[in-house]
Design a protein around this ligand. Structure first.
Ligand SMILES: Nc1ncnc2c1ncn2[C@@H]1O[C@H](COP(=O)(O)OP(=O)(O)OP(=O)(O)O)[C@@H](O)[C@H]1O
Ligand SMILES: [Mg+2]
Length: 254
C-alpha cells in the first residue's frame, strides 16, 4: 500500500502542496485531479523520491521510501509529464539502458522490450533515434520503459499526452488490467472522462490543498452531481469559461 502522510513541499517558504494525505491499496487506481499548478506533479515527484518533502512522509508497504530510495526506485514505474529521453539513442537502446539500470537479465529484457514494442506498434521504429520520433511515439516509449521491469507501484503523470485514439484506448484498458494484477496505481490527469472510467478513487487538489478524496461514486454522491466532471467543476471551477473565451476573442479583435 502507498500512503502519503501530511505531505507538504515548500518552494521559498511558499507551499506547492500543503498537508496532503491519502492511501492507495494494491489493485486501486487513484486519480489525482486539479487545475494547472495545483500540486499534482509535485506530489508525484515526492512519491517517486525525486523530491524530498518539506514535511510529512511517503510510505510504501509500511516503510518510509526515503530509508532506501534505490530499493524504492526498483519497484516503481514512472511516466513523467515531460519526456526526458536521450535523443541520440534509438527506442530499443533506450529500453535496454533502462532495463539494465533496473537489473533485468539480458534475455528477459530483450524479450519484454521487443514484445512491448510490438504491442505499442513501435517495433518497426525500434532502431530509429528518439530525436526523430513524434510526440506520441516518445510517449509510447516512456510507457514501455515504465512497465518493463513489472513494477508494483505505477505512477502516471498525464500519460495520454500526445497519444492517438487507438493508443489511448489501449492505455485505458491497460490501466484496468494492471489494477486487476494487483498493482498500485497513481494517475494524474486532466482527462476527467478517462479518470472516471479507470480510477477507483479520486483526490482533488487546488492550490496545493486537498479539496476532496474518496471513491468516484462517493464524490459524485457527496456533490450530488451526475458525473465526475460536474463534481470537479463544482469544486474547483473559478472562472466562467464562456465569459473568459469571449474576453480573449474580444482582446485579440480590439
Ligand atoms: N522547481 C520549482 N520551483 C518553484 N516553484 C515550483 C517548482 N515546481 C513547481 N513549483 C510550483 O508548485 C506549484 C505546483 O506545481 P505542479 O507542477 O505540482 O502543478 P501541477 O498540478 O502538476 O500542474 P499542471 O496541471 O500544470 O501539470 C505551482 O505553483 C508551481 O509554480
Ligand atoms: Mg503537472
Amino acid at each position: 500500500m502507498l500512503e502519503l502522510r501530511s505531505l507538504t513541499k515548500c518552494y521559498s517558504s511558499v507551499p506547492a502542496i500543503d498537508n496532503i494525505s491519502f492511501q492507495v491499496k494494491p489493485g486501486e487506481v487513484l486519480g489525482c485531479l486539479g487545475p494547472n499548478g495545483s500540486g499534482k506533479s509535485t506530489t508525484v515527484k515526492i512519491i517517486t523520491g525525486l523530491l524530498e518533502p518539506t514535511r510529512g512522509e511517503v510510505l510504501f508497504r509500511g516503510k518510509n521510501i526515503r530509508e532506501d530510495l534505490a530499493a524504492h526506485k526498483r519497484v516503481i514505474g514512472y511516466v513523467p509529464e515531460e519526456a526526458n529521453l536521450y535523443p541520440f539513442l534509438s527506442g530499443l537502446e533506450y529500453l535496454e539502458l533502462t532495463g539494465r539500470l533496473r537489473g533485468l537479465p539480458g534475455r528477459v529484457l530483450s524479450r519484454r522490450a521487443n514484445t512491448l514494442l510490438e504491442l505499442f506498434s513501435m517495433h518497426p521504429h525500434r532502431h530509429t533515434v528518439i530525436s526523430a520520433y513524434s510526440k506520441g511515439m516518445r510517449q509510447r516509449i516512456l510507457l514501455i520503459a515504465a512497465l518493463l521491469h513489472n513494477p508494483d507501484l505505477i505512477i502516471f503523470d498525464e500519460p495520454l499526452s500526445g497519444l492517438d485514439v487507438t493508443s489511448a484506448m489501449i492505455f485505458q484498458k491497460l490501466v484496468s488490467e494492471l489494477s486487476r494484477e494487483g498493482k498500485t496505481i497513481f494517475y494524474c490527469s486532466h482527462v476527467l472522462e478517462i479518470v472516471e472510467k479507470v480510477c477507483s478513487h479520486v483526490a482533488i487538489l487546488r492550490k496545493g490543498k486537498q479539496l476532496a478524496y474518496g471513491t468516484v461514486a462517493e464524490l459524485k454522491q457527496f456533490q450530488a452531481m451526475p458525473s465526475l466532471e460536474a463534481a470537479f467543476a463544482h469544486l474547483v471551477q473559478e472562472v466562467d469559461a464562456e465569459q473568459a473565451a469571449r474576453s480573449i476573442v474580444d482582446t485579440v479583435n480590439a
